[in-house]
Design a protein around this ligand. Sequence first.
Ligand SMILES: [Zn+2]
Length: 343
Amino acid sequence: MTEQQFGPVTQWLSGMPKAELHLHIDGSLRAPRLLQLGKKHGVSLPYGSVEEVEAAYNFSDLQSFLDLYYLGASVLRDAEDFYLLMKDYLQVCRVQNIVHCEIMVEPQTYLPQGVELGVVLEGFDRAIAEAKSGWGQSVGLILSFLRHLPEADCLEMLKAADPYRAHFCAIGLASAERDFPPAGFQTLYREAADRGYALTAHAGEEGPPGFIRDALQLLSVTRIDHGVRATEDEDLLHQLAADRVPLTVCPLSNVRLCVYDTLSEHRIFDLLGRGLCVTVNSDDPAYFGGDLLENFAALEAGLGMTKEQALLLVRNSFEAAFLQSDEKLSLDARLQDYLARNP
Ligand SMILES: [Zn+2]
């Protein structure tokens, strides 16, 4: 969907200041950049053209996506690559008025290629500094762990990140969910809490609602990434609403990875209507068919999203951000200013 084809609510949203809280930076690696970097480093890929890469975006489940995702990330080797990757995404933020973003960085992904965290952050820092000075972009980084790896490996990475502690606002837990429940990462989360990180984790995407409960109780997270399977557990829904636990929902991702067959089956507005702090995010936009605005556009086209619902989702994205209250107030002020000019 191009901007000209957006419905009226999404067009109204396009100029509105927004936050995106669930974005894997490797998932923003688009096919042309992937092929360019693969060629630069002589990485042999099973794709010769942008069309061939995009033809592979036909996933049957989370794992089939992850296989391609890790292959794609293997072309990232030096600081310049990471600079370009971050720069590309922050340009999207600029165009779509995503004034604050929280980006998941997964350093374990690069270890098989021998790339250390310092190299990754050198590239990211440069792109982030340019975006901050260029147009006032606000950026938080989330140190995200790969749950298909042993907890001991994650703990090692947490310690390796100690010299870079100030770069990250939070930790997260991503990758294959079903066979790797939250219970296996309690030490990691305790150690991260001791270091002062905010805590979030993927839960209830492919995994059952019990994983959401466990993430809250055993890992002490204050935010849940995805969480859509909470709809299967009435008591949990009550708890999430009462405690205003944010869910970073990713509509296009859920359809691409077959959590729902079609977008019209998505329950996001039930969750919103029941008072949950639901937000909209793009997850891995290069692979799932759209950035943040395209996700909103899909909600408008598939579920008839109203202006009231859209505004609530945007307000929630500020409430759910890992920011200080004065920073949230300044985002609210920008939103009020936009609404005064664009009622
Ligand atoms: Zn995710």
